[in-house]
Design a protein around this ligand. Structure first.
Ligand SMILES: [Zn+2]
Length: 548
């Protein structure tokens, strides 16, 4: 890259409103490939059909680290087309694709596979194909972040196997339409494994079949829309216990699957689960998948928000593997993985991003609602301190929103900066009950939907009756934290904002003369008469302050 392009890139990266124009340059920086575009775009070969149902039917052989089987893909024809894009990542191979008994031609383009349909696809028809595949799936390098299959053993030497695939994509282990905008309405997951082990997937267990070849097949049915990366298989020497939660929509089954040796420990430690359910139903609305129940499933990695089967690997410790992520002490009041991953049932599984560039919708909200768990059980101060405490690790390295249509998420700041931003918005709304109704309203309005940042922004602006255009542009699309510059001289406070995008004028609360007051800084200097020689900016607002 030459110097001129590089400096142009820097200017554009910090310029607030040039993201669309910047896309090309930023893509150049990241070297996005044709494969990224095939993976991240709603291509014409995806757009014409709407997913209705999957039946994933596979055999998992842990001894050989080998999987084989098929996915039946049922879909509704939305517009005329005869070519369908299905994704499956190497080294797995599609062995054949059938429409009833007719084998179909497949043209392979890396991890994208274009299936030539023979039957005329009439608008409105519901059709299906069977995609057969097999191979040694990619092994997870650092699950769940760099996922795939984790082939582990428990301390008794039993197989302990799990999948994880957010970001990387579900096509790392099964063939599907690997784009988040489209979800099936329901799904059946059938998994054949060696006898003596159990497989726990999503939804409810329908039946277990025993076979003569020393294997068993479990059939799990998901009676709700589900995103691809939410689908999982977990295989191990599991034992089960359960309880019933008396929730907003009636009885909710809480089922727990843990390794045999951890049963007694889990029975005590998982007491956070009904406490979590109670706090979240109060603050963000009813659990979104009553029909499928709620499960916590022990896995050999940290955890993931697999829909209705939250996977758990926090080693039965409080905090994040025993650590307080907020540095305030409050983070050790609960098991981070139970609260965080289960929080994703509302923000990730119920309300799902259409494009991973908008992943803050999952992580920002979920990182925020951890504080609502604390607030519900320990009071408002606990929640406030926790979310502000987590703000210390914000990097401001890249914008929170990533790059559209190439399957590229934004900065890791999507968690804690996203949370702090929402906490700031709550201060602006200045009405906790209204804020609660807004959070509940989000989960009702976008119930079981895939969404864009724009939809969430528009909803929040409308419901709060505040135009939040600049607010979101500043925090999600720019890397700078607004900074209040001020000086106090001769009983006058002179103040202004720096590090802001054009027209950013968010009011903030300050303590001045021992009183809380709203201040309305803008880019231009303003003056206010005060008595004291110091002010304090309310830490619940994500702004910096510099005294000149
Ligand atoms: Zn998360």
């Amino acid at each position: 890259m030459n110097k001129i392009i590089l400096s142009a890139l820097i200017i554009i990266m910090i310029a607030p409103f040039s993201l669309i124009n910047a896309q090309g340059l930023l893509q150049e920086k990241y070297n996005f490939t044709r494969q990224d575009t095939l993976r991240g775009t709603i291509t014409p070969e995806r757009e014409w059909w709407d997913l209705t149902y999957y039946h994933l039917d596979i055999k998992v052989n842990p001894n050989e680290k080998f999987i084989s089987g098929k996915n039946t893909i049922q879909y509704k024809v939305l517009s005329a087309n005869q070519t369908m894009q299905i994704d499956l990542q190497a080294p797995l191979k599609i062995t054949k694709v059938l429409d009833n008994d007719n084998e179909l031609e497949v043209i392979h383009d890396g991890n994208a596979h274009f299936i030539k349909l023979n039957k005329l696809q009439n608008i409105g028809d519901i059709n299906s194909i069977d995609v057969y595949y097999e191979g040694h799936p990619q092994e997870a390098k650092n699950a769940p972040w760099d996922g795939g299959f984790s082939w582990k053993k428990d301390t008794n030497g039993n197989h302990f196997v799990a999948t994880s695939c957010q970001g990387l994509g579900a096509s790392v282990w099964w063939p599907n339409k690997d784009h988040m905008y489209d979800e099936v309405d329901s799904m059946l997951i059938s998994v054949n494994i060696p006898k003596g082990l159990s497989n726990i997937s999503n939804g409810r267990l329908r039946s277990i079949e025993e076979h003569d070849d020393n294997t068993v097949t479990s059939h799990w049915f998901v009676n709700n829309p589900i995103n691809n990366y939410g689908v999982n298989v977990n295989i191990g020497d599991y034992v089960h216990f359960s309880e019933i939660f008396d929730g907003e929509k009636g009885d909710l089954d809480l089922d727990y699957y843990v390794l045999r040796d951890n049963l007694e420990k889990a029975k005590v430690h998982f007491e956070d689960t009904p406490k979590m359910m109670e706090a979240f139903e109060h603050w963000i609305g009813p659990y979104p998948f009553y029909e499928d129940g709620f499960k916590l499933v022990e896995v050999p990695y940290l955890g993931m928000e697999h829909q209705s089967s939250i996977t758990y690997g926090n080693k039965y410790m409080k905090g994040y593997l025993g650590r307080d992520v907020s540095g305030t002490g409050w983070g050790l009041k609960f098991d981070f993985i139970i609260i965080h991953e289960a929080g994703h049932e509302w923000f990730a599984n119920n309300i799902t991003y259409k494009d991973i560039a908008d992943m803050w919708i999952h992580e920002g909200f979920t990182a925020y609602i951890e504080s609502l768990f604390l607030e519900y059980h320990y009071g408002k101060k606990a929640g406030d301190e926790y979310v502000v405490g987590k703000g210390k690790v914000i990097k401001n390295d890249r914008p929170v929103i990533g790059y559209y249509n190439v399957n590229k998420e934004g900065s890791g700041d999507m968690y804690n900066k996203g949370a702090y931003m929402l906490h700031t918005l709550r201060q602006l709304i200045e009405d906790d009950e209204k804020w609660r109704q807004i959070l509940r309203g989000l989960n009702k309005t976008f119930y079981h939907q895939t969404v864009t940042t724009k939809q969430i922004e528009d909803y929040l602006s409308k419901e709060s009756k505040i135009d939040l255009t600049e607010f979101f542009n500043q925090y999600l699309r720019d890397i700078r934290i607004p900074t209040l510059e001020y000086e106090i001289k001769n009983n006058a406070l002179k103040y202004r904002y720096v590090n802001i995008i054009e027209n950013f004028d968010m009011p903030i609360k300050i303590e001045i003369d021992n009183e809380q007051k709203w201040l309305f800084p803008k880019e231009i200097w303003q003056t206010m008469n005060i008595k004291s020689d110091e002010i304090k900016v309310d830490v619940n607002f994500l702004v910096h302050a510099t005294k000149l």
